[in-house]
Design a protein around this ligand. Structure first.
Ligand code: NDP
Length: 249
């Protein structure tokens, strides 16, 4: 039987837009109290209002996942407010596509910093609390790009493969030992702000064309799958969720 999330405490990174915002709203609808973390607090305040309008509860947390001081402060704010953390959704990430021979090294570093190091920072900050509780559920946002490699996405794919690998290892290390579940999420194309940060005009155009060729997923679709895995009975770990638009092939 599926459990309900009433009284559960969740932290969602990258909650100011896209998949993170939709997931936070879905978790709140399912009964969880949600810490919504990102850098753009104006967007988080709007989301908090939307969640409250539907009878849910949210705490705005200004957080840059790259900055460990900011991460620790944000996690402590949530623990101070509610006393536990049951669900962590490691979602913050970016995907500025380009070919390697364009040497957009700043963008490569940014992807490694946010998609990989940022995810490790929040995991390190939250895990001690989950270990203390001997329960918890960590969701790591990988991608179809964490399963296979595409041209123009080399560095992004490298970061998402790292997320997939780390999720698998984390699950093996904290499942049996600490009673913590780990789910690696691998979405295909989702309609979000992700593509807005592509600075390469060719890839920007390619992504716009892709959006014309198929019905993308919505952030809510991923939020629904996260709620599904979170609500699974305590002995069940939905270890991977590979979710695609039907037309993506
Ligand atoms: P969005 O661009 O809409 O959302 C990205 C989120 O990450 C924003 O809320 C942003 O918040 C946050 N973020 C970025 N940098 C930081 C930082 N340094 N600290 C804290 N938060 C940060 O894109 P999506 O919703 O699509 O992306 C969410 C995740 O889903 C990413 O990991 C992405 O790789 C993954 N994904 C997306 C797919 C898609 O097709 N859209 C497919 C597969 C995976 P702010 O700027 O306010 O800090």
């Amino acid at each position: 039987t599926m459990t309900n999330l009433n009284g559960k405490i969740a932290l969602v990174t990258g909650a100011s837009s896209g998949i993170g915002a939709a997931t936070a709203a879905k978790l709140a609808e399912a009964g969880a109290k949600v810490g919504i973390a990102a850098r753009r607090t104006d967007k988080l305040k709007d989301l908090k209002k939307q969640i409250e309008a539907k009878g849910g509860e949210a705490l705005v947390i200004e957080m840059d996942v790259v900055d460990t001081t900011s991460v620790d402060a944000g996690v402590n704010k949530l623990i101070d407010a509610y006393g536990s953390i049951d669900i962590l959704v490691n979602n913050a990430g970016l995907m500025p596509l380009s070919d390697i021979d364009q040497f957009k090294v700043d963008e490569w570093q940014r992807m490694v910093d946010v998609n990989v190091k940022g995810l490790l920072n929040t995991t390190a900050a939250v895990l001690p609390q989950m270990i203390k509780q001997h329960s918890g559920h960590v969701f790591n946002m990988s991608s179809i790009a964490g399963r296979k490699v595409f041209k123009g996405l080399s560095v992004y794919c490298a970061t998402k493969h790292a997320v997939t690998a780390f999720s698998d290892g984390l699950r093996m290390e904290v499942g049996q030992k600490h009673g913590i579940r780990v789910t690696c999420i691998q979405p295909g194309a989702v309609a979000t702000e992700l593509y807005d940060h592509i600075t390469d005009p060719g890839y920007r155009k390619q992504m716009d064309e892709l959006a014309g060729q198929m019905t993308f997923l919505q952030g809510e679709d991923i939020g629904d799958t996260i709620v599904f895995a979170a609500r699974a009975p305590a002995h069940v770990d939905v270890a991977e969720l590979f979710v695609l638009p039907v037309e993506q092939g």
